[in-house]
Every structure is written in C-alpha cells, then in structure tokens.
Write a protein that binds this ligand. Sequence first.
Ligand code: NDP
Length: 484
Amino acid sequence: MELRNFIANEWVAATATRPVIDPATGTVLATVAESSADDVATAVRAAREAFDSGPWRTTTAQARGRILFEMARVVRQHAAALAELETRNCGKPIVESEFDVQDAATCLEYYGGLATKIHGETFSVPDNAINLTLKEPIGVVGLIVPWNYPLLLAMWKLGPALSAGCTVVLKPAEQTPLTILEFARLVREHVPELPPGVLNVVSGDGPVAGRALVESMEVDKIAFTGGTDTGREVLHGVARSNLKKVSLELGGKSPNIFFADCDLDAATDGALFGVFINQGEVCSAGSRVLVQREIAAEFMARMQEKTARIRLGNPLDRATKMGPVVSQEHMERVLAAIARGRQEARLVAGGGRAESLPQGCFVEPTIFESDNAASIAREEIFGPVVTVIPFGDEDDAIRIANDTPYGLAAAVWSRDIFRCLRVVKAVRAGIVWVNTMQPCYVEAPWGGYKQSGHGREMSLHGQEEFLETKQVHINLSETPLGWY
Ligand code: NDP
C-alpha cells in the first residue's frame, strides 16, 4: 500500500517515499510520502489559499461545528478499523487504541460544540465609545505530533484549530502516520462539506518536513507536541523565520507521590498504571514513584509482584497489557537508559529486552530504586522504566518532586486531604491528580510548567491557543478632537 500526502483534498506524490514498520513483527505495513521542504511548501500554499481566499473564511461557526461533528461521526463509525491500524502501527495494546479512538471522536465533538461559543468582550473605557474584542482565527497552523498517541494527539490540535476557523498542515511522526492518513481518507470520502485546503497532511522526517513547516514564512502558528530538545529547536526555527505563534507540549519526569497512609493495593496499582500504560510512552508518565520510607519495602514488594503479572505480547490480543515500544531505534534508546540505570541504581524488576519475543521491539517493564540524582531519575526515558525514590516527610517529598526541569504532571496519594491539598499547591506542575494518576479529559486543560511546555491544550484554554484577539474601539462622539 502506497500512501501519498493529502493536499487540498487530493492525494499528492512527494519527492520520495519511506516504509512504515509494525513494531510488533518488524514487517512493512505501508509506504508513505517522505516529504521534502518543497512538498511541505505545496501543502502550506493550499492551506494559505484556503484561509486567505477560500470559502473557509466565510464559513459560519455553526457550519464549522457541524463539520467537526461529521468528522467525529466518521471516526466512531470506523472505530474498530482505526484502532486496529493504530495498534499495528505504534504497538499499543488494542484495548488502549480503542479508548484513544473514542477519545479522538469526543475531542472533535467537544470542539464542534465550542465553535459557536467563541466570543469577545466589551470594556468600559473612559470615553464616549464602545470598546470590544473580536476573536479571530490565527490563520494557517502547522500541527506537529509525536508517535505515542498518533491519532488522538492530532485531534487535540485539529479540533480546536478547525473550530477556531484556522486551516492546517498536519505532520505526523515519521513512524506513525497511518491513522492520520486514514482519517484524511475517511474525511475526503464522508465529509464533502470540508473545503479543499483546510486539512492537509504531509508525512516525513522531523528535521526536514517538520522544520520546513516551522520555518515557513506562510505559517502563522506551530502547535507542537514532542520532546523538550525538539521543542527548543522549534523555538529557534520560529525565531529564525517570522516569529509565528507557538504552543509546545513537551516531555516530563512526573512524580507519583505515595504517603504511608495510602491504600496500598490501590496505590501500587496506581503506581504501575501511572507509568506502564502505553509501554511508558506517555508524556505524563509517573516515571518517578516517590514512596514514604516506612512503607517503601512493602510497596516495592507489591510492585514487583504485580509487575511479574504484566502480560507482554501481541498487542492485537485483548489480554495483552503491554506491547512493543514504537521502533527498533527507540528500543535501543530505552535499553541504553536501562544499561545506565544498572550502573547507578538498584534493579528491582525487568532490566532488558523481552527475550521471549525476539521478533518485536519488546522491553520488559523495569523498576529501579535510587535517589533523585541518578540519570534514570532525571532524564525522560519514554519507555517502561520507573524509578522508585524513598522519602522521609512531606517537605522531603515536595523537594524531590520539584527537583526536575520538567513540570507536566504529578500525583499524590494519601487519606489525609489536608496533606493532599498542601502537596497540590506546592508541586510545580500543570496537572496534579489526587489518589489517581492519568485520567485525562477534553473538558480540562492539559499542559506543563517549566520545561514541559508553553500554553495549554484541550478545554476552553486549548481553543484560545488558535485565536487572535482584536481590540475594536468605536468612537461615538461627533465632536472634533480639537488637538490641532
Ligand atoms: P520528537 O520531539 O522527536 O518528535 C515530535 C514530532 O516533532 C515528530 O513529528 C517529529 O518528526 C517532529 N520533529 C522532530 N524534529 C523536528 C524539527 N527539528 N523540527 C520540527 N519538527 C520536528 O518526539 P517523539 O516523537 O520522540 O515523542 C516523544 C516526546 O514527545 C516525548 O519527549 C514526550 O514527552 C513528548 N510528548 C509530550 C506530550 C505532552 O502532551 N506534553 C504528549 C506526548 C508526547 P519525526 O518523528 O518524523 O522525526
């Protein structure tokens, strides 16, 4: 199967092609476009034309909302096929892909509804005048997404962008373009109301195709999700070009904090779910488990016991709890981090490649114990690796939790609500969960403090990221100013 770029509702061949690999089996799933900077420029021109002179500009908010509802309907109608494709392409267990696809549709519905709720404000200025704001779409937006939630994270950006009235060029991660291209195919077939050029998809390598989008003088904003180092590159590219707007959702090393009075059974489930869901390839993974010293031994024993029961294997099997990581290259990065961990910390579980599954990129769920100074406690690994860090008292827990350049998420577990709320206030992170970890809702904002990003996705905040605010001042006085 050869898949091309989706530009102005047509399939357009790119300069070159590349294979897409199933990480569970190593087989080639499809061939996709490997876009050059010129290929990206073609897509940007289509988006520019659709924004500047196409019908999208005058499409009503109601009509935009209806288009998003139609997209959601199509996703739900083809949910099973999309989930299977997602699992084949990125390796996540099928049950998780099914959740992701439903969440993707929910996201489109939420922003479909929000299209008609965009409004400005009026201000009481000290003059005979009316002063108000208009909310307007930012323009042409480049959406750059990673491989861990390929379809879902694309919809987190596409939903608010289209709802706001922007046009987009979407670049999936090189490893995982398939569900996004399939979404474009379904939209082309089933949502004829979408004008050409509003949604464009270009596949290709980040440093070439992604960079071309970032540095384009015709793009008004980049909405990016990916690693912190890449985020830094994006900011450089934006500074080198037209100072376009940017929102960044970056990495994390999130603390999952357990006090001695927590419910041990629920807590150890939460510790493992917090980090091993999606093979640990989660930006908000609770990859630092902070445990109060008096329960640390018992906590660790229960984590070990439950980890031994995690079923690794064919991600299309509904009983599988952990699939392969996304690619050979990424597996090697994760294994290198584990090898560093073995030098500096105590290995408690796992610790290498799953030898029983040699055909795929399977890494054992791995637990280390160390202090917060070890590299495995500091660097984002983005795989099934967790570091357990014992702590003394509440101040100690807060100090360790905040001792990181990241600030995406955190969780605190205790039966003492006063303590929980003190920790919620003290931790410098964009999302803090209490007695749970990882629930994520389109209605609520998502994003990071510190080096975990700029701006927020989802909720009304996510919509705001795709809007400009225009101040309009209407003079009501017919008397000349009398200045000259
Ligand atoms: P990368 O930063 O490598 O890639 C993210 C996207 O950026 C990909 O589409 C990639 O393309 C593209 N890209 C790479 N280099 C450039 C460049 N120079 N200019 C423009 N675009 C570029 O991240 P990963 O794909 O490895 O994803 C994992 C990272 O994403 C983790 O660090 C994780 O924490 C973060 N993440 C954050 C989330 C959040 O909400 N905060 C959510 C999910 C992930 P290509 O892959 O084709 O090279």
